[in-house]
Design a protein around this ligand. Sequence first.
Ligand code: ADP
Ligand code: MG
Length: 348
Amino acid sequence: MSKPILGIIGGGQLGSMLAMAAHKLEIKTVIFCDDIEAPAQKFANDFVYGEYNDHNKILEFINKVDVITYEFENIPYKTLNEINKTKPVLPKPSINRIIQHRLAEKDFINNLNIRTTRYISIKKRSEMNSVQDLLPALLKTVTLGYDGKGQYPINSLEKLDSINIDYSKGYILEKLVKLKKEISIIITRFENQKYEIYEPIENIHENQILRNSKIPAEISDKIFKQSKLWATQIAEELKYVGTLCVEFFIDRNDNLYVNEIAPRVHNSGHLTINAFNISQFENHIRAVCRLEQIPIKKLSNAKMTNIIGKEIISYRNKQYTENEFFFDYSKKEIKQKRKMGHLTTLLS
Ligand code: ADP
Ligand code: MG
């Protein structure tokens, strides 16, 4: 059987790393992106530039590919659904619909009897008057947030009136967890219900943006097992195909909570490129293109550092050892708080 041509929606760093993994597997890729300078186009075989709701551009893209995946979850559901009528979209659009909405996502997780932080839906200012027992809390937009964007810390109700919030967007108010640690699990589910699951990754965030990830995570055996079990349960319930990330909180009493799910490859899994025989990207391609599943094996412990904003300039001029792997996302513009690259260091 000839190999399928893979369409990838989104052309940022995750799209780049997916296209590189596909290239290694001799899978041709086409990127569809609304940014004419999308960095991923230089790793792909073809590129379609267009808005995600441009019907003609969507058609042009569909005609070039056999199967479609995406690098970020905030693609309009209508677009994914329209594409899925002609060519398979994996992970399924119905999964994306749940996960791109913070309330639907948390309800889904709680229905599996998996712990999340306490939360309520907020659609108007007056609903904030009865939330005293959730404070301190974070008010987050239900859709379109990433890297902490669209999030407001709320310590007291008095503070509310000093910030300008458009309640019609729809919000979720989440109780703040007193964090001891954050971890994530990257799992790839194949169509035949088999899995490849990476060990828990320990993550450090700064200003709600991921700064460092490392393996092994320093956690108890109980958390190690529980996090893997919950991630597997979530992937199974969604009948997921491809790579998925589950982000967790661990509180000071060693309770585990699911924070959120990313229906895609994830920043905390970048270290899998150098620390494992098969990366999260390659596993994603293998699952969505129905290639052979190969058991994962850890080659080394590792640490990954995100390079943010202007920091990239000095990293571009550094010399690296054979245990250091620098990846420059080649973004045209340096912006504050923007992920510009990463460095993975293999540890003994
Ligand atoms: P994003 O979609 O921007 O990644 P998250 O909900 O994962 O949003 O929040 C980003 C980070 O902010 C988390 O990784 C964590 O460090 C912090 N955070 C978010 N929600 C909470 C919470 N309820 N309690 C404690 N910390 C939180
Ligand atoms: Mg997150």
